[in-house]
Write a new protein. Sequence first.
Length: 537
Amino acid sequence: MKKTAAICFALSLLTAGTLFAQANRDMPRIIEKDGRHALLVDGKPFLILGGQAHNSSAWPAMLPKVWLAVEKMHANTLEVPIYWEQIEPQPGRFDFSLIDILLTQSRKHKVHLVLLWFATWKNGSNHYMPEWMKTDAAKYPNINGIKGQPVDSPSPHSDATMQADIHAFAAVMRYLKKADMRHTVIMVQVENEPGAWGSMRDYSPVAQKLFDGAVPAELLSPAVLKALNRPVVSGGTWQSVFGERADEYFHAWSVARFIGQVAAAGKKEYPLPMYVNAALRDPLTNPMANSYESGGPTDNVFPIWKAAAPAIDLLAPDIYLPGHERVMKVIDLYHRPDNPLFVPEAALIPVNAKYLFEVIARGGIGFSPFGIDDNGHGETATELTARLAPFGQEYGVLAPMMRELAEWSFEGKIKAVVEGDDHAGQKIELGEWQAVVSFGAEKRGGKLDPNAEPVGKLMIVQLNPNKFVVIGSLCHITFHPAGSNAGKTWQYLKVEEGRYVNGVFKPSRILNGDETDWGGPRFGAMPTVLQVTLTTR
Ligand code: DGJ
């Protein structure tokens, strides 16, 4: 080799090495500190202000409407399905063209992607399996109900199904590693709302034999049994160890074990953060699994999922349940030191936007309402804007300060209050100060409309003992001196309205007079960012 050629070769190795190191260093990943989590994207905390496309919208003919919705909503991340039936039309023959299109178009629109692997399970059914699997029911079976009846849900006990899913998912992740050096894709959902509707488990002879056998050692550790509220025992059958919950727990273990192996095979190729989403059960009444999807990561089977599927980084709630108390309970249950809080789906209704604030305040990593595009229904631009408005307005304000919010959230500097169904005011303790927030759109001295939707919300970031960033809508805030300030006279030193630009707060006006007298500033329907400084006299 000539000297110049050798230098060029060495340089190219160096560049490739640097690129590789760069790609590795910037790999999206989740970190934890004091029970709060951050999703690192490009090495820094990132908050998913997401939107999920409809199930059949990840096709070139539909994508223009999806991007329109993403833009109108000011989302920074699109959650979008990738379909096993499209990706592997014949066994072992892969077609990644839709993934390529998603990558190219999302980069053009400057948004990240969360890919949803619609594969063995989609809402408990096998409907996204390729045709060659659907037409070979003997090899890729569904489960049987308690009376032997067919149930529209794939069997987690079929090794052939699991190997096929592993093979396809590993191929997808291998392809992504090559095609997405820029990390446009920041997370992957493995399957979609897995479990079974209409049967608590598989009662086929194959499954029954396993059910009558011994509970696996992983579930017999005292910590797991205690977390499941079961007596600590050293062994036994599913029925003897888990009693009336045995059917559900058996199915949860079987489904989680299957998906854990699919995820592990994918991560071996390319270790993006991975999660599984849950069709929720009522979190307040501890119902039996014949009233909800059995075997999915519902709150009661967390210990089983964590033991069975360690490759899964988080279990995520799809929020469609009605009622404030119920939703807050769900948020409580899915926010755990061992489980980053992420809401990958929520009904796209005004009353749900406030929970984004709650998720941020708890150190969660993101939120995403479902069904943002018009799904081919010919919605006008005005209709689309109106439908997306509850989230679009929030995202419009939060997106420019997303990195700051993600950092503050991870550091535990944010507190939030959201309006309950009773519209009652709430207090926030801030050391030397206490904030008191009342909700509603009432004018000064006016009364609240008792029938108004409870959509008010406020979050407050403590920058130093006397200085706060306050973001809210449809509420009113005032402060009381507390701690060593208690009993002192106080006043607003400065209240500025503005927005964050490149990490710096840019005030557009100072609020004073009518805008801050009467206790403090009032937030209207449009979310607003204030920087508030308080002083005692
Ligand atoms: C929850 C599922 O996960 C989504 O894919 C979609 O089917 C919605 N339900 C529809 O409301």
